[in-house]
Design a protein. Structure first.
Length: 390
């Protein structure tokens, strides 16, 4: 079975088969289910595809994903909440109780990025004796707009929003800013508008990552990203990449870049798009044999890059190095250890929750907070070597 054997996406087939095994108790409550790597090998698919299947199982509360340990069949008796649904009592109960409630609107979350954010917010909400209501948008602007409207009707006292990627912020966010509704943005900031935001220092992080590659002798580096579409996090990472070149006196060759990858975006995650992006990367590497390193703007793009390199019969990092932002925990032998910039997610989540509470209490908060990211060396980078494609 491969990703191209039928019109039905492979991640749905994997989801259906693992779900059936859980429902028939072939995998019993508390038992570990196959990892991303194991599923990818069994079904002969990419890690991105197997990861999506596991995320869908987690979204239906069939499994619980434990960083560094694996995925386990959920115990139905625990009554774990669906992470895509509201996790609070009806609005009328909240109003009568007088408890503060903060709405969180996030594109999605997983082992590579997002889970730490929620951990930090949830812990901060406990410490502050308030409640967190979560809604996922899957990166779809229409879902984001509806989530804002519904949470406002629910009666939340403040909102934390991880905006969907797009050229413009939706009108509902702008309305919140105009109304001075307690709001904190995560990962992005709104240009020219006084909305509080919290993010990583993406420019400095990208600069550090690029310099790390320079120190290994790489000077022909391909920058891999989705279309920037005026997304500040992406723009800042591009700027950091460019500044690192300027500081080292290395000419930026944009012919080496690939900035139109779309298969990792929530709305475009399907087998055809994944295969198109893989073919795009394979062709790009063949056309530019001078490339010795790839800077992937996110973990899922790093997975695509690694697959593309291996399709050419090359090795990571012996022939081509890869560095990225974020990567799932790899201790206890789970997953591939990419060299990556690790964002301080839990601290970011904590500050976001505390700041929105401060705004609710009439206190001022910094307009923009940026946290440093940490470079974590892994198995995907090494000293420059002669590329076999040359």
């Amino acid at each position: 079975m491969t990703e191209s054997t039928s019109s039905k996406p492979m991640y749905e087939k994997i989801f259906d088969e693992v779900k059936e095994s859980i429902l028939t108790e072939a995998y019993k409550p508390g038992e570990r289910v196959p990892s991303e790597k194991e599923l990818a090998e069994t079904y002969k698919v990419s890690r991105i595809t197997s990861k999506k299947a596991l995320e869908m199982l987690a979204a239906e509360r069939l499994i619980v994903r434990k960083p560094g340990r694996g995925s386990f069949v959920a115990d139905a008796s625990t009554g774990l909440p669906d992470p895509g649904m509201n996790i609070t009592t009806p609005a009328a109960m909240k109003i009568h109780s007088g408890d503060k409630t903060v709405g969180l609107i996030i594109t999605d979350f997983g082992n590579s990025y997002g889970t730490g954010l929620i951990y930090g917010m949830e812990q901060a909400s406990r410490d502050s004796d308030c409640f967190l209501v979560l809604r996922r948008t899957f990166g779809i602007p229409e879902n984001e707009e509806q989530a804002i409207q519904k949470l406002l009707k629910l009666g939340v006292d403040g909102l934390i929003i991880f905006p969907a990627q797009g050229e413009y912020f939706n009108a509902e966010i702008l309305k919140l800013v105009i109304r001075r509704f307690p709001l904190v943005l995560v990962d992005r900031h709104l240009k020219g508008v006084a909305a509080a935001s919290i993010s990583s220092n993406n420019l400095e992080a990208a600069l550090d990552a690029t310099e790390y590659l320079f120190d290994l002798g790489h000077s022909h580096i391909s920058f891999l990203s989705p279309p920037p579409v005026d997304t500040t996090a992406v723009e800042d990472r591009i700027e950091g990449f460019i500044q690192a070149h300027a500081q080292r006196g290395v000419v930026v060759d944009k012919e080496l870049w690939v900035s139109d990858l779309t298969s990792t975006l929530p709305k475009s995650f399907n087998t055809d798009n994944i295969e198109r992006d893989l073919s795009r990367l394979v062709t790009h590497l063949q056309s530019h044999p001078s490339i010795t390193a790839l800077f992937a703007i996110e973990y899922n793009i790093a997975l695509l890059a690694k697959t593309a390199v291996e399709r050419l019969g090359l090795r990571v990092p012996e022939d081509i190095s890869i560095i990225c932002f974020d990567s799932p925990p790899t201790h206890l032998g789970s997953g591939y250890a990419f060299t990556h910039m690790r964002q301080n997610e839990e601290e970011m989540g904590r500050i976001a929750l505390e700041n929105v509470l401060s705004i609710m209490n009439g206190q001022s908060v910094p307009n923009k907070v940026m946290l440093e990211a940490e470079l974590v060396p892994g198995n995907s980078t090494g000293p420059v070597r002669h590329n076999k494609l040359l």
